[in-house]
Design a protein around this ligand. Structure first.
Ligand code: LRH
Ligand code: MN
Ligand code: MN
Length: 392
């Protein structure tokens, strides 16, 4: 098997974008628990993301959700983020909290409502121009609850038209990233329910339109790593929303529910060229992001745990001896191939990663370092009355 020293260099430069909304209060439709020290402003969410980056070196950018993160001056916000040591990343649009969109936004039968939703995306592109963001991420809460309620085909056609109008407004270096989700909030049909629909819609737009794969957005039992492989093969995997789930879109800490699934996904990402640090030129177009909510646990350490889980599983996936694996696969040696795969997954890389961090001036154990830093007590004393982020 490959050993840690052989892959250590490929951990350099790993970047995982944090969602601003992970730092706001969130919950389920039953209850939002307020927690002491929660960020009250966009600036405080960015400061929290920067804290995660300081302790881990893994999270150099933060995604915004509009209008949750509405401010007057995005150039000033960009400067603020840079002063904190992070960049502003993906801009997420939001067409799911306005009464006008009850029956659809980009797919609505009423042209005025479609235009309102398109205009919202134009505003998001203006924000991107000010923040220097590359990606406009679109998740649509559109669909229907009852058979016969809507013309499924007409909605796809209108979706294409609306997305084309938005795509045409993007700058040369900007991308449209379309996220799919199999159900919720619509319960009968969803307009972008699966990777195939997202692929069909973005393929019709052009090269700078790609798919976002949120790991919580599939039916139980779905082979997500197969989808990863296929989208990479097609050159259309734009980004991940990482999280984990036991039942539906639980938005729990990535790697918490099924670490082996995370390993399998990361193996396919690496194998398919989607992990930049492992590529000869260090480049990849696949953005790693988290899309999580910390409903009952503290948010900053929740995010620290999350990025560490991704790093740890990346290290283990890098340990797979790919040449030996290919040889075993081609020899038809089923058990040897499986053993090679499982050997890497079963390797405890925690001590190696701790030493790797120390060599780079980072805390060997970022969770412990954060707990001992007094930062949590400080923000709990300083921040009274947190904001409520939206949740999914
Ligand atoms: C939808 C989703 C999407 C939203 C986020 C808050 O479930 O995953 O990415 O933008 O949640
Ligand atoms: Mn998501
Ligand atoms: Mn979601």
């Amino acid at each position: 098997m490959t050993d840690f020293a052989q892959v250590a260099a490929q951990l350099e430069g790993q970047a995982i974008e944090l969602p601003s909304w992970a730092f706001g209060n969130s919950g389920t439709r039953f209850k939002v628990f307020g927690s002491p020290g929660t960020a009250r402003t966009v600036e405080e969410k960015i400061a929290d993301a920067a804290t995660v980056h300081r302790f881990t070196g893994l999270a150099p950018s933060v995604a915004l959700h509009i209008p949750w993160d509405l401010v007057d001056d995005y150039v000033a916000l960009r400067r603020y983020a840079e002063d904190q040591g992070v960049r502003l990343g993906t801009i997420n649009s939001n067409t799911f909290q306005d009464d006008d969109y009850k029956l659809g936004a980009l797919t609505h039968t009423d042209a005025k409502i479609r235009q309102k939703a398109i205009d919202h995306h134009f505003e998001c592109i203006d924000v991107m121009d000010a923040t220097g963001s590359r990606d406009l991420k679109i998740w649509l809460a559109e669909g229907s609850n009852y058979p016969g309620q809507a013309d499924l085909r007409g909605r796809q056609d209108r979706l294409h038209e609306s997305l084309s109008t938005i795509y045409d407004r993007l700058g040369e270096d900007q991308r449209l990233v379309l996220e799919y989700k199999f159900f919720e909030p619509a319960f009968y049909h969803t307009d972008v329910p699966d990777w195939g629909t997202s692929y069909v819609q973005v393929a019709a737009l052009g090269d700078r339109a790609v798919v976002c794969l949120d790991t919580g957005h599939h039916a139980p039992g779905t082979n997500i790593e197969f989808i990863v492989m296929q989208l990479l093969r097609l050159g259309k995997l734009g980004s991940f929303d990482f999280n984990s789930r036991f039942y539906a879109d639980d938005d729990l800490i990535v790697g918490a529910a099924d670490p082996f699934q995370l390993f399998r996904i990361l193996f396919e990402v690496i194998r398919g060229g989607g992990y930049g640090p492992a590529n000869p030129d260090g480049h990849s177009d696949v953005a790693f992001m988290l899309d999580q909510c910390h409903n009952i646990e503290a948010k900053i350490p929740g995010q620290i745990r999350s990025v560490l889980n991704v790093q740890e599983m990346t290290a283990r996936a890098l340990l797979v001896d790919r040449d030996a694996l290919t040889a075993a696969q081609e020899a038809g040696d089923v058990l040897a191939a499986n053993e090679l795969f499982m050997d890497a997954f079963s390797t405890d890389v925690r001590a190696d990663l701790a030493a790797w961090r120390e060599e780079r001036g980072l805390p060997a154990n970022p969770m412990r370092a954060y707990a001992e830093s007094g930062h949590q007590q400080q923000i709990e004393a300083d921040r009274i009355g947190g904001t409520q982020a939206g949740w999914n």
